[in-house]
Every structure is written in structure tokens, then in C-alpha cells.
Design a protein around this ligand. Structure first.
Ligand code: ATP
Ligand code: MG
Length: 434
């Protein structure tokens, strides 16, 4: 941390000396900022909104900080709801858009034995609010009173240097809230920033603390890491800092033991495709993401079960259930998605069976498209024996219904095309989670 910034005098950059213009701020956010100010309160844009505007990027959302208490905020807006138990926030609704208004928060007291924050619900001053934030670049304030940017923590310098720096003692701040380590990786991936040496060293040692974080919160964070268009970078950094194994231990066990690069390829390709889809504005789903991330342990376990005499479909069903069951203790994929994830896996055993009317029926199944995309991914990731099968399904979808009937008849009965997927056998036992 830069102590010269910690003397209570912020660096203030006046309007003509920075690039933030109101034209780039959402109408709704401006409305909230102005109304708070008109009521005599301080009001600032803060967080990712300011950071992204200063970088010339389009902000994902706009957060507002004020000295008005939540009840006072609610009194000013008819379309306002208070949320949160730990720290109350005001959500001002404009149709589907939500502007989050937070009262300045003071320094946190009441950390538990492990250093995790138990409550941080003390109101504070603007300066205190600046110091309790996670990274210096996330602690910049745009003042609606004179359109200046206010910097207590050295965020402007770090922004220019492309540096992600934890405010305060990094180790302590990560212990207080281990999700900050994931946030560091997320911002580094998204912005292409470097994590400051002092802020990165503790990460290597603190991975285990993630295991105390509620799995539902980790799930939310995983989606932001992998479904926001920078999934490949996030994955590589998570592995670099050895955090991945605390989120997906079974997958990590497969990656660590791999001999031919196959599992790694599968995850990488899957994330590459996801990033490309996000870039094109196409929808992405947690069900497919988790199908990719957990496939290796499922496949390994299914192989063992098959060797014990189960059918491929049964084996995938059972393995899928086991792997999801263990994985949600770490990252809580909601049931509505995990059901789809498991369907995608089980469909992998159905796709090779194309005889008679089967193929046409499979085509009608709700998860066909995802299962087909998944098959393509497996084929592309080095599973050569699947390439013919993938091509067959590609052709089958391209032709009209009449020709489909012929194609189906031509398909060798019960032909698997993927049963002996690879000659590789790495180990006899399924990946351990511990
Ligand atoms: P995004 O572009 O993803 O919205 P963001 O920086 O705005 O990025 P948010 O999760 O919206 O991230 O949080 C808004 C702000 O709240 C952050 O910029 C940061 O100042 C503060 N903040 C969020 N999470 C934490 C945390 N775990 N610890 C400390 N400060 C946090
Ligand atoms: Mg934000």
C-alpha cells in the first residue's frame, strides 16, 4: 500500500483532466446521483463503473455511494427496495435495470478467529469507504457535484500502470474475504492487468480459505469468471495461483495426472468456445460450462463403472450424479442446471446409436443441441474416433427430413463410433476429491 495516500488528503482530478463524460453514464444512474445531491446528500459513482469509464470501456453496471442512510435513500425513490441483511443496500429499480446505492461504510470490526469478516455494517465517511474497498482501481469516486474524480488509495496511478493492487495488507484482506482472490483474478483477466507482487504472493498460500466460502457465493463468482468473455484467461490464472483445485478438486486431479493433454484441451476448447460466443453476443449457459468443467472426472468414473459391467448410459448417469453431488459442496451449481448438465453427459452415450428412427428422435430431444455441441468439443479436443460421429450428426442436421430417413437406415445398427474413445488408460481408480 502507498502510505503517502493514506494521510486523508485525496488526489482530486478536476473535470477537464479526465475522460469521464456524463454522456457515457446511464441516464438512470445520473437520475439517482442528481436526486441524492438535490436532497443535500453527497453522491458519487464508484467501483467498476468509474474504473471502466476511465479505461474507456463500457461499464457493466453503475454503483453509487452516498452519505444518505438506506431509509433516507428509500424515502427519495418510489421504485426503491432495501436488500441485504449483513449490510443494507438500496436498489433503485428502473424497469429491469437496477442501480445499487450503498451508504458509505466504515472500517470493519469483528473479524472471526480465521480473520473472516463477521459483520461490516458500520456506516462511515467517504474516506473510510474508500479504504475498505478491495482494489485501488475499484476505489475511485466520480463526484456528481463538480464532476471530479476522487482518489484516496492510489487507484489512478495503478490504473495507468495496469496494476491490480489490494488496498491494505493483502494477506489480511484475503483472509477477511477469500473471494477477493477470485476477484483479483477476474479483474486481471478481464482488464489484462498484472496483479501487484505484494497482492499476488499471499494468493499462493491462501487457496484453502476458499473452502470456507459458501458454495452459492463461489458459484456466482465462477459464472463471472467463466461466462463473461475471459474464461480462458481466468482458467489459466486460477491454475497458476493454484486456486482451481479448491473450486474443482476432481477436475484438478485429472488435469494434474494427464499424460496426453486431452483433459486440458477439453476445458480449454470449451472455454475458448464460450469466450467466442460471448464476444458474438450469443447466449451461454452454466449447464454447458459445468458439463465441460466436470467431464473428465465423470468420464473416468464412468469408465470404471463400465468395466464393472454397467452399460455406458447407466455408467454416465451414475458417474454424473456422483460427481455433481461432490462438486456442489464446493461450487453450488443450482439443480435446474445440474439436471441439464447430466443430460448432456448421458446423451454422449446415446449419440452413437443412430439406427432406425433413433437419430430423428434424438434430434427432437430438448438437450440435443447442447449434447451435439459437446460432442463436437470432444471430437475437436483430440478424440479422433469421435470425429466421424460428429461429422455424421452435422450432416444429418443439414439434410431434409426425407433424406434423414435414408441416412438413419444407413447407419450401422448400434454403431458406437466412440466406445473405445481412447487407448489411453491413466489410472484404475476415479479421481479422489480429498
Ligand atoms: P464489475 O465490472 O464486475 O461490476 P465491480 O468492481 O463494479 O466490477 P462489483 O461486484 O459490482 O464489482 O462491486 C462494486 C464495488 O464494490 C467494487 O468495485 C469494490 O469497490 C467494492 N467491492 C465489491 N466486492 C468487494 C469485496 N469483496 N471486498 C471489498 N470491496 C468490494
Ligand atoms: Mg459493479
Amino acid at each position: 500500500m502507498k502510505t503517502d495516500h493514506q494521510n486523508g488528503t485525496p488526489r482530486i482530478v478536476p473535470r477537464p483532466e479526465h475522460i469521464i463524460t456524463r454522456a457515457n453514464i446511464a441516464e438512470t444512474a445520473l437520475k439517482v446521483l442528481y436526486r441524492l445531491r438535490a436532497a443535500g446528500f453527497e453522491s458519487y459513482l464508484v467501483g467498476g463503473g468509474v474504473r471502466d469509464l476511465l479505461l474507456g470501456r463500457e461499464p457493466k453496471d453503475f454503483d453509487i455511494a452516498t452519505d444518505a442512510h438506506p431509509d433516507e435513500v428509500r424515502a427519495l425513490f418510489r421504485n426503491c427496495r432495501l436488500i441485504g441483511r449483513r449490510f443494507r443496500l438500496a436498489h433503485v429499480h428502473f424497469g429491469r435495470e437496477i442501480i445499487e446505492v450503498a451508504t458509505f461504510r466504515g472500517s470493519h470490526e469483528g473479524a472471526g478467529e480465521d480473520g473472516m469478516i463477521l459483520h461490516d455494517n458500520v456506516y462511515g465517511t467517504l474516506e473510510e469507504d474508500a479504504w475498505r474497498r478491495d482494489f485501488s482501481i475499484n476505489s475511485l469516486y466520480y463526484n456528481i457535484r463538480d464532476f471530479s474524480v476522487v482518489d484516496f488509495t492510489g487507484g489512478l496511478e495503478d490504473l495507468e500502470a495496469g496494476l491490480l493492487r489490494v488496498i491494505g495488507d493483502a494477506g489480511q484482506r484475503y483472509r477477511e474475504d477469500p473471494v477477493r482472490m477470485l476477484r483479483a483474478i477476474r479483474f486481471a483477466s478481464k482488464l489484462g492487468f498484472r496483479i501487484h507482487p505484494g497482492s499476488e504472493t499471499p494468493i499462493f498460500e491462501l487457496g484453502e480459505t476458499l473452502e470456507a466460502v459458501p458454495s452459492a457465493r463461489l458459484y456466482e463468482e465462477i459464472l463471472k469468471l467463466f461466462l463473461s468473455g475471459h474464461g480462458v484467461a481466468s482458467f489459466e490464472l486460477l491454475r497458476h495461483y493454484d486456486l482451481f483445485r479448491h473450486l474443482f478438486p476432481m477436475t484438478e486431479a485429472c488435469l494434474a495426472q494427464e499424460e496426453n493433454g486431452f483433459p486440458h484441451q477439453m476445458v480449454l476448447r470449451g472455454l475458448e468456445n464460450t469466450d467466442a460466443r460471448v464476444a458474438e453476443g450469443k447466449p451461454v449457459t452454466p449447464a454447458f460450462l459445468f458439463a465441460v468443467l466436470l467431464w473428465e472426472p465423470v468420464r473416468d468414473r464412468a469408465e470404471v463403472l463400465q468395466a464393472e459391467g454397467m452399460s455406458e448410459i447407466q455408467a454416465l448417469q451414475s458417474a454424473g450424479e456422483t460427481v455433481i453431488g461432490q462438486s456442489i459442496r464446493y461450487v453450488a451449481l443450482p439443480k435446474r442446471f445440474s439436471l441439464q448438465t447430466r443430460e448432456i453427459w448421458v446423451m454422449q452415450a446415446r449419440l452413437p446409436r443412430r439406427n432406425g428412427k433413433r437419430a430423428a428422435r434424438l434430434l427432437e430431444m430438448p438437450r440435443f443441441r447442447a449434447a451435439y455441441d459437446f460432442l463436437l468439443l470432444r471430437a475437436e479436443s483430440g478424440d479422433e474416433e469421435l470425429q466421424e460421429l460428429a461429422q455424421w450428426w452435422t450432416d444429418f442436421q443439414a439434410v431434409d427430413e426425407e433424406s434423414r430417413a435414408t441416412l438413419s437406415r444407413d447407419a450401422p445398427a448400434g454403431e458406437s463410433g466412440g466406445k473405445k474413445r481412447r487407448r489411453r488408460r491413466r489410472r484404475k481408480k476415479p479421481a479422489s476429491t480429498e
